[in-house]
Design a protein around this ligand. Structure first.
Ligand code: DX5
Ligand code: ZN
Length: 219
């Protein structure tokens, strides 16, 4: 079954707790949180303090997407603040294997994200250790960008690899997901859909998520 993870990046930052409640009540499966440091990506968002503050306001699992350099320095803080899943970028980790195992030792689900240009091969020797892989379908840093179609083939290839290896891997896709692109990625094998503007940007978030689910089901 496909899960919908609204991305907080497109929420109204002046009233985050209400925004989280709004998508939770409307049936979100996870809460996707984009952490940006102004170094790995050209934008800055929030850190563990914001997770900590929101923890009391939601029962949704926090799916934390770390777009930061040297993520190993902050994993424990984000875990402590309530992250259920910690996803690091392969491009930001010189020692990806070590970082993945650090995440697991903290008791969190471990994810690795790949930028649009990064080949799947970087996952060859860690795939079996991962709970999820995040395929970026835009260049990270901003919400509301246009979907990059090459992501579809990458998702398909990854789903095949995981199936061949007998792995139950979550494949998450992030960037430009809307009712037009959702069926393309779910048909290719993605089962976690991140959506920022297609959810928070809409007046009726319940209907926005329902539209994504319907589109995904028609894949
Ligand atoms: C982009 C972030 C995304 C972003 C997606 O760097 O990782 O999670 O919020 O926004 P949309 O769904 O608007 O493309
Ligand atoms: Zn994200």
């Amino acid at each position: 079954m496909v899960k919908i993870a609204p991305s907080l990046l497109s929420a109204d930052f002046s009233r985050l707790a209400e925004e989280v409640r709004r998508v939770e009540e409307a049936g979100a499966d996870l809460l996707h949180m984009d952490v940006m440091d102004g170094r790995f990506v050209p934008n800055i968002t929030f850190g563990p303090l914001v997770l900590e503050a929101l923890k009391a306001h939601t029962r949704l699992e926090m799916d934390v997407h770390l777009m930061i350099v040297e993520p190993e320095r902050y994993l424990a803080d984000f875990r402590q603040a309530g992250a259920a899943t910690l996803t690091v970028h392969a491009e930001a980790c010189a020692h990806l294997h070590r970082v993945v195992h650090q995440i697991k030792e903290l008791g969190a689900r471990a994810g690795v994200a790949l930028n649009p240009h990064t080949p799947l091969d970087v996952l060859d020797y860690v795939l079996g250790d991962l709970d999820q892989v995040l395929i970026m379908s835009v260049n990270p840093g901003f919400g509301g960008q246009r979907f990059i179609p090459a992501a579809v083939e990458k998702i398909r290839a990854l789903r095949n690899r995981a199936a061949e290896a007998g792995l139950r891997l979550d494949i998450e896709v992030d960037g430009g997901i809307n009712p037009e692109t959702a069926p393309l990625v779910t048909k290719a094998g993605a089962n976690l859909l991140v959506a920022g503007s297609a959810v928070f940007g809409q007046r009726d978030v319940a209907e926005a998520m329902a539209a994504l689910r319907r589109a995904a089901a028609n894949a």
